[in-house]
Design a binder for this molecule. Structure first.
Ligand SMILES: N[C@@H](CCC(=O)N[C@@H](CS)C(=O)NCC(=O)O)C(=O)O
Length: 219
């Protein structure tokens, strides 16, 4: 049975799983979550009532949460790109950076995006201000942590980069990484040029008009 991924090409967390699949050329059945495929949406809502995407289904198992999806792919369908190192000490850095990108880049980036879709009293300016402070703080930390590294956790592309690529792609749109954080800016450019990531960027391009803050004319 082929792996099925319920996803949308513009979703940052869907990119994270897609990049892992593309890295190893892992065959899968893309189940788009869009108005043209209402059956996919109904099945997805049954699989994961919280309606978070992506969701991976394989061999009767439903795998939720992108970090776990990538652990699953790496363990069950290993390819030339090992996304989590076998060495436990190296794996700690990879997993730590993965959590940092999700919690402290993706989350405050999404706060900006979700607030832009709210109207009137539902808006949360102080929450957005806090999210901006978090992004500034994590940009500075990452700029120092990534110094001298080709990829987020060292010399090898892996899980942390699958998380870092979409998080930094969109975070730089909502709160540009300043020139003083040259290491981080260079890492973002490098990771966006990786073929698996470039493919996700291209697949998302037709949806940019829907970016609620206005997509910048770059990338
Ligand atoms: N922690 C989850 C986050 C998934 C997530 O928040 N996905 C977003 C799309 S980028 C989503 O489904 N948003 C819809 C919503 O929150 O209603 C993961 O790693 O899979």
């Amino acid at each position: 049975m082929t792996i099925q991924l319920f996803a949308h090409p513009f979703s940052s967390y869907c990119w994270k799983a897609l990049i892992a699949l593309y890295e190893n050329g892992t065959p899968f059945d893309y189940r788009p979550l869009d108005p043209d495929h209402p059956d996919n949406g109904s099945e997805w809502a049954t699989l994961w009532p919280l309606r978070k995407m992506p969701v991976l289904v394989d061999e009767g198992q439903t795998i939720l949460e992108t970090s776990v999806i990538i652990e699953y792919l790496d363990g069950t369908y290993p390819g030339p790109a090992r996304l989590i190192p076998a060495d436990p000490a190296a794996a700690i850095e990879v997993r730590m950076l993965d959590r940092i990108f999700d919690n402290y880049v993706m989350t405050p980036m999404m706060k900006h995006v979700s607030d832009a879709m709210r109207v009137g009293d539902a808006k949360d300016p102080s929450g957005v201000a806090d999210a901006g402070v978090m992004l500034d703080g994590i940009y500075a930390w990452l700029d120092s942590r990534l110094a001298g590294r080709a990829w987020a956790a060292g010399d090898t592309f892996g899980l942390a980069d699958c998380a870092g690529a979409p998080a930094l792609f969109y975070a730089d749109w909502v709160r540009p990484i300043s020139a003083e954080h040259g290491v981080l800016r260079d890492y973002r450019a490098r990771v966006l040029a990786r073929p698996s990531v470039a493919r996700a960027v291209e697949e998302a391009r037709p949806y940019r008009a829907f970016f609620p803050l206005g997509a910048p004319d770059r990338d």
